[in-house]
Design a protein around this ligand. Structure first.
Ligand code: HAM
Length: 423
């Protein structure tokens, strides 16, 4: 047998698996609630290709980021270098420019739901193919956008019964205040290199801000000594960050300022945020996002301000309480079993009429013993089953069995439709 690729997963109907993040009913619940959130807040869906030119991510997320190093990249037959998208912010900004979305008045408030690919070491909550739900708001740098997007997330997480989370925020400055800070930071790291781990030493060379992301125990006290960007913001960045907090306060949304929150992609400016969950292990970040005002220009597009987030759907599903999804919610209303060949044909026709009336019907497609047929109905989670035999065809009254109580009723077809339509 050929098995799936390491770090990928199959998503199955719940009755075939106990693994929460592999159950389709949970995925549907998460997607339904997301679409409802986006409808309420006025977001429009965008779908971009899974394949993009590698250059988009080299320029967009930066060549010295982990995300870039984990990309699945190949040379296409015409010599072009292509990558499976590791994230969707750069693709959305590309599409925004390519289709001149800026020609329409107002902001572009876009959302997406789709798979992303990163060749990371797989573990709980970390996959090589994983799914994100994300939003990108393009066209303004008003902190009101940030607060509203976080309000949307607050609504959404509550809707999914996820309450044990924490919102972490930071400001990582902009092109006015960050360069001077980076000089200062590099200097401070340089003096402490011998007390920092190999990864920190490497990041000192390539991407000094990323040292703050180090999880190594022995590095922690050293990192605490380093200067913080949040203490050195320029006036404009400080005003932006203050207003963002004021707007969160106004909504009574709790947050913690984490000066060490730096995010793993190069495009961020000013606001960066994460929502972390308590049910997850080391991979506890459910949502990550922030502002990326210079990204469009980096990609060769027109100057446009942007803010957005993406959440990992697998991590979201692991964080959801078991009880929030009815795993039988997609089960058929009716399973039709029959006895004999005439009843079989009759059942097919009856099932077709019931479906035309809007009822979900599974008709047994394999002639088998009644007991076996009812076991199938049970496994499918059908609410009712119907047994069709010669007598039923003659009398025009069918025996409808409630699968949970075992109670049976005789009903004519019209009554059957009326009864099942109420489900
Ligand atoms: P990110 O922090 O790289 O940001 O990813 C966002 C979320 O995707 C993470 O918080 C996590 O839930 C999930 N995720 C990332 N990698 C994996 C993985 N290997 N397995 C499972 N889940 C994963 C971005 O992707 C940005 N594009 C977010 C953004 C949008 N910023 C502005 N707009």
């Amino acid at each position: 047998m050929i098995n799936k690729v390491r770090g990928t997963q199959d998503i199955l109907p719940a009755r075939f698996t106990k693994k929460a993040d592999g159950q389709m009913e949970r995925w549907h619940a998460v997607e339904r609630a997301a679409r409802e959130a986006f409808r309420r807040y006025g977001f429009e869906e965008i779908r971009t290709p899974i394949l993009e030119r590698t250059e988009l991510f080299d320029r967009g997320v930066g060549t010295e980021t982990d995300v870039n190093k984990e990309m699945y990249t190949f040379e296409d037959r015409d010599g072009e270098t292509i990558s499976l998208r590791p994230e969707s912010t750069a693709p959305v900004v590309r599409a925004y420019n390519e289709h001149a979305l800026y020609n329409q008045p107002g902001l572009a408030k876009l959302f997406y739901i789709g798979p992303q690919f990163r060749r990371e070491r797989p573990q709980k909550g970390r996959y090589r193919q994983f799914w994100q739900i994300g939003v990108e708001v393009l066209g303004s740098d008003d902190p009101a956008i940030e607060a509203e997007v976080i309000e949307l997330l607050d609504w959404y997480l509550k809707r999914l019964g996820i309450t044990d989370t924490e919102l972490l925020i930071n400001s990582i400055g902009d092109q006015n205040c960050r360069p001077a800070y980076l000089v200062l930071l590099k200097e401070a790291i340089r003096e402490r290199l011998d007390r920092l781990c190999g990864t920190c030493n490497q990041r000192y060379e390539t991407n000094p801000l990323r040292v703050f992301d180090c999880k190594e125990e022995s590095c922690q006290p050293v990192l605490e000594e380093l200067p913080k960007l949040i203490d050195r913001l320029c006036d404009a960045c400080q005003a932006h960050f203050d207003e963002f907090q004021r707007l969160l306060d106004g909504r009574e949304i709790a947050y913690t300022i984490v000066p060490r929150l730096v995010r793993g992609l190069d495009y961020y400016t000013r606001t960066a945020f994460e929502i972390v969950g308590k049910r997850l292990g080391s991979q506890n970040t459910i949502v990550g996002g922030g502002r990326y005002d210079g990204l469009s220009e980096i990609l060769g597009g027109r100057p446009v301000k942007g803010f957005g987030f993406a959440l990992g759907m697998e991590r979201l599903i692991i964080s959801m309480p078991e009880s929030i999804v009815n795993l039988r919610s997609e089960a058929p209303a009716l399973f039709v079993a029959y006895i004999g060949d005439e009843a079989r044909l009759h059942s097919f026709a009856l099932a077709r009429r019931l479906r035309a009336a809007g009822i979900s019907v599974v008709v047994d497609l394999e002639a088998r013993k009644l007991k076996r047929a009812l076991a199938v109905a049970d496994s499918l989670g059908a609410a009712y089953s119907l047994i069709v035999g010669e007598d039923e065809i003659k009398s025009g009254a069918y025996t409808l069995r409630n699968m949970s109580s075992g109670e049976q009723k005789q009903l004519a077809e019209a009554e059957l439709v009326a009864h099942l339509s109420k489900l």
